[in-house]
Structure formats: structure tokens, C-alpha cells
Design a protein around this ligand. Structure first.
Ligand SMILES: Cc1cc2nc3c(=O)[nH]c(=O)nc-3n(C[C@H](O)[C@H](O)[C@H](O)COP(=O)(O)OP(=O)(O)OC[C@H]3O[C@@H](n4cnc5c(N)ncnc54)[C@H](O)[C@@H]3O)c2cc1C
Length: 478
């Protein structure tokens, strides 16, 4: 069998998306995955008419790259949209009760979530001089621009929930690249947002929230059958080496110890695994990758009779700010988001326990995680009955935390990688953790590989796709 052009290590959505885009550009790809199953963190469980997700449960998309992939794979037809509209709420826990989060400026100014002082502070944002250091945390950035109330009631729970991170330690440049870019370009988030809206009038990207009929496994299944990719499950990369013409991977496979060679090698394994592979080659790069922290999460799925829950469940679910002192970062009302997730007259809730805010929960027993979820959601949603079914998914290393001087770390990783032509990283510790960002970053990487393999001049970082710092970082790291 002839050598592939590109080897991808890791069969999570990052590696699968990278393989898909590279194969689409016409190159032969070999993908090694340690587990028997492709998908990495993402896995869908079906039981007794319920559908639960181990990690990603939906895509929030506004990137054309994602739309292109969905159209080309036929996944468009399998999409199911999450309901939207003013009656469809997002909630925040405030003083032990659920309060709707206003999604429009007018409603926001009338909302009891913020004091008059907090609202005036937001209105004064354009008067705040631009500034801040590259190492600024999310908390420092948001307090400086918008005030403490916005941090505590709006931003902190969004950093703790979807990112499992800690606003006091997460890098603003890495986690809020679009907001940081607005300040850098327009001197103000409010003015920047208004200018952007006016400039884009009619051409604003459409934001869509959706999953698939068969859950996120449908996406993985489509990517896992990409033509032009040789998938090697149960194949663990143990060593990577530079050769005269590219890269060699040695590892354990069902056929015994095996090697593979290619001009380009993409590391789509989590940062600790990438660190272990590159350390013998480049101790500094290994140290930079090995220094990336991950947060632990337990996902507790609870199934109830719909009639046992007094709350209307008229929305996505809720997030819990740190000030509420609960071990949950939030809860998604899966059966409200996608009706097919539970049988008729049943409700399915997925609760997220832990994250960087509550690292002690990493050592909790399964029973304690489930009890914690029940203790929080019971009073908030008016639930009297015991759940009829419970499933638990635990992730010791759920998500990279983007803590500390993260933009500097990514830049240093990019600089080290430039010493190793043909070596790339494409994983959720660079360029965003969402499935959307994984697909978009993979496209930027494939373009760089295509340019290199086609003998063209490699495009300079930051010009290939767009000018968002996320894309620039992704390209720099490609
Ligand atoms: C609880 C939770 C909920 C989430 N919800 C959402 C959501 O609703 N929407 C969204 O967009 N995102 C969500 N995310 C984020 C998203 O699911 C992840 O960021 C993404 O799935 C990570 O993909 P990855 O490929 O980078 O990493 P992984 O999925 O971790 O894949 C890495 C792969 O590398 C393999 N591997 C490791 N070492 C080796 C080796 N030496 N050789 C070969 N293979 C190796 C592993 O087995 C694994 O399969 C969520 C994440 C979590 C944890």
C-alpha cells in the first residue's frame, strides 16, 4: 500500500474534520484512532426512547465552512433545528430562582437581572478608553469594559458553562477573541457591534442552532466514511519522527507494531497526548503543550414524567453563576430543544457538574454527582418525583481551559511548529472548543497543507480565511 500524503492522529471531531477537508482537496489521508470507536468525546446513547449525548449536543453555527461541509456530506437533510424566538427562553439562576436572560438590548435594559447602576455602566462603555494587556483575564476585560454586574450575571456563567472554565483565570484574548477584536478595532464593544451590524446589513451571517436526527453520532458517522481516508481504529501512536521526506509514526495497532509515513502529520489528540509524542523531538514544544490544563465534568442525564415537572421548560435550559454557590454550571432541557430526545410526555434534562469552578467534584462518586444534580434542579424546576431513568457521562479531562497567558502559549506553540515543516496541530485547545470551530479550523489547516503539497507559497497566517484572531491562530498553528 502506498504512503498517504497526510497522517492524522486522533479520531475525535477535530481529526475527522481535518481528514475530511484534506481528502476533499484530493489528498490521501490515514487516520489513527486509539479507541475502537471514532468520535472521541462525542458519542450518542439511545435507550428506551431517549437519546443522550456524552459531550456536544448541538452546533451553534454561523460559519460558512460548516454549512459547506453539511451540504457536501448530505447532513443538511438530517438536521433538526432548535426552536427559537422570543417565547423560547434562556434562563439564569438568580437568588435560587430562574430568571429569563434578555436577548435584545431593549429587553436587557428593562430586565430585573441588572440594577440601574449596572445598566448605566453598560451604556457608558463607549467612554471607557481602550487598553488592557494581552494576558488580561476574562474577568479583568469584562469588568474594565462593562462593569462587574455584567461579569457576574452575564459573562461568568457563560465561561463556566459551555467552556467549563473560570473567568478569573481564562484568557480574554483566547476565549473572547471577537470582543477583544472589537475593542482593538473600534475602541468600544458597543460602537464596534453597531458598526459591524450596519456594515453587514443584509449580509450578516445566519446563526443557527441545530443537531441531527440521530444525534451528534450522525455527524461523526458521516465524517467516518469519508472517501480517500483510511481509518485505523484501535491504533495508538506511540512515537513520531522526522524523516528526510516528512514524518513517520510508530504505534500499536490490531496488526501489531506498525509504522506509517507521510509528508504531513496532523496531531488531533488532546494536548497531554500531543506533548508526549513531540517531547523527544522538541522538549520546549512538549512543555508548552503539556502545560495546558483541562477541567473535569460529569454530565448527569435525568428522565422524568413531564407531568412531574412544574416549570414550563420553555427554552434551552439554565446557567448557574458562581455567586449561587452550586456545583452545577448549568442544565440543558434536551427534550425542549429537540422533541425527539425523549418519548412523548417525558422530559430529559442534562446537568453539567464540575468544571474549573468546582475541581473538587472530580473526586466525587457517581452517586454524589447525581445527588448534586437532583438537589439543584429539584427546587428550581419544581420537581417532586424521583427520576425514572438516570445516565451519567464522566470526563476526567473534558475541555481545555484556556487559562493563563494562553494567547502567548499558542503563539509560542505556533513558533515552535514552524521549525518542524509538515507538523501541525488541530485540536480543541487551539482556535475554539466548539464543533463549529473545530470544522472551521480544520478547513484553514487543510488549505495550508494543500498549499504546501501543491508546491505553492504557504499563505501568511491571518490572510487565508478571515481576520478573526481565532482564525489567525488556527492558521498560525496549521
Ligand atoms: C460535556 C461536554 C459538552 C459539550 N457540548 C458541546 C456542544 O453542545 N456543542 C459544541 O459545539 N461543543 C461541545 N463540546 C465541545 C466538543 O465536544 C469538544 O471540544 C470536541 O468534541 C473535542 O474534539 P477533539 O477531536 O478536539 O478531541 P477528542 O474528542 O478528545 O478526540 C481526541 C482523540 O484522540 C484520540 N487519541 C488520544 N491519544 C491518541 C494516540 N496516541 N493515538 C491515536 N489516537 C489518540 C482519543 O482516543 C480521541 O478519540 C462539549 C464538550 C464536552 C466535554
Amino acid at each position: 500500500m502506498s504512503d498517504p500524503d497526510v497522517i492524522v492522529l486522533g479520531g475525535g471531531v477535530s481529526g475527522l474534520a481535518a481528514a475530511w477537508w484534506v481528502a476533499r482537496a484530493g489528498y490521501a489521508v490515514e487516520l489513527w484512532e486509539r479507541d475502537a470507536r471514532l468520535g472521541g468525546k462525542i458519542a450518542t446513547r439511545r435507550a428506551d426512547g431517549y437519546l443522550t449525548e456524552r459531550a456536544a449536543s448541538m452546533l451553534l453555527n454561523f460559519r460558512p465552512e460548516v454549512s459547506e461541509l453539511l451540504a457536501a456530506t448530505g447532513l443538511d437533510a438530517k438536521r433538526i433545528a432548535c426552536p427559537s424566538g422570543p417565547q423560547y427562553q434562556r434562563y439564569l439562576v438568580r437568588g435560587g430562582r430562574l430568571m429569563p436572560v434578555p436577548m435584545r438590548m431593549g429587553a436587557l435594559m428593562r430586565s430585573p437581572l441588572w440594577s440601574l447602576r449596572g445598566k448605566l455602566r453598560v451604556l457608558a462603555e463607549p467612554l471607557v478608553p481602550a487598553g488592557g494587556s494581552p494576558d488580561e483575564t476574562v474577568s479583568e476585560f469584562v469588568v474594565r469594559r462593562l462593569g462587574r454586574e455584567v461579569l457576574e450575571t452575564a459573562m461568568e456563567p457563560f465561561i463556566a458553562g459551555p467552556l467549563a472554565s473560570d473567568a478569573d483565570r481564562a484568557s480574554a484574548h483566547a476565549v473572547l477573541p471577537r470582543l477583544v477584536a472589537l475593542e482593538q478595532r473600534y475602541g468600544s464593544l458597543v460602537i464596534g457591534a453597531v458598526v459591524r451590524r450596519l456594515l453587514r446589513r443584509g449580509a450578516a451571517p445566519v446563526r443557527e442552532m441545530f443537531s441531527f436526527d440521530g444525534g451528534m453520532a450522525t455527524l461523526i458517522g458521516a465524517l467516518a466514511t469519508t472517501a480517500g481516508v483510511r481509518f485505523r481504529a484501535r491504533s495508538t501512536a506511540l512515537r513520531v519522527e522526522r524523516t528526510a521526506s516528512g514524518w513517520r509514526v510508530d504505534g500499536r495497532t490490531p496488526e501489531g507494531e506498525q509504522s506509517a509515513r507521510a509528508r504531513h502529520l496532523v496531531l488531533s489528540v488532546p494536548a497531554p497526548a500531543a506533548a508526549a509524542l513531540v517531547r523527544p523531538l522538541d522538549a520546549e514544544l512538549g512543555g508548552l503543550l503539556g502545560g495546558i490544563d483541562y477541567g473535569a465534568l460529569a454530565v448527569v442525564h435525568l428522565a422524568f414524567d413531564r407531568s412531574a415537572i412544574r416549570h414550563r421548560l420553555d427554552g434551552l435550559g439554565f446557567l448557574a453563576p458562581r455567586s449561587e454557590g452550586v456545583p452545577l454550571t448549568g442544565c440543558q432541557w434536551m427534550s425542549s430543544m429537540f422533541a425527539s430526545r425523549a418519548p412523548r410526555d417525558k422530559a430529559l434534562l442534562s446537568c453539567y457538574v464540575g468544571g474549573a469552578r468546582a475541581p473538587h467534584t472530580r473526586d466525587w462518586t457517581d452517586g454524589r454527582c447525581i445527588d448534586a444534580a437532583l438537589t439543584v434542579v429539584g427546587p428550581l424546576l419544581g420537581i417532586d418525583a424521583a427520576p425514572q431513568r438516570v445516565w451519567l457521562d464522566r470526563h476526567a479531562a473534558a475541555l481545555p481551559l484556556y487559562h493563563g497567558a494562553y494567547a502567548g502559549r499558542l503563539q509560542a506553540i505556533g513558533e515552535r511548529l514552524r521549525r518542524w515543516p509538515g507538523l501541525h496541530v488541530a485540536a480543541n485547545y487551539a482556535g475554539g472548543v466548539s464543533v463549529r470551530d473545530r470544522i472551521a479550523c480544520a478547513r484553514a489547516l487543510a488549505r495550508r497543507i494543500d498549499a504546501a503539497l501543491a508546491g505553492l507559497r504557504t499563505p501568511a497566517a491571518g490572510v487565508t480565511l478571515d481576520s478573526t484572531p481565532e482564525a489567525a491562530l488556527a492558521q498560525g498553528l496549521g
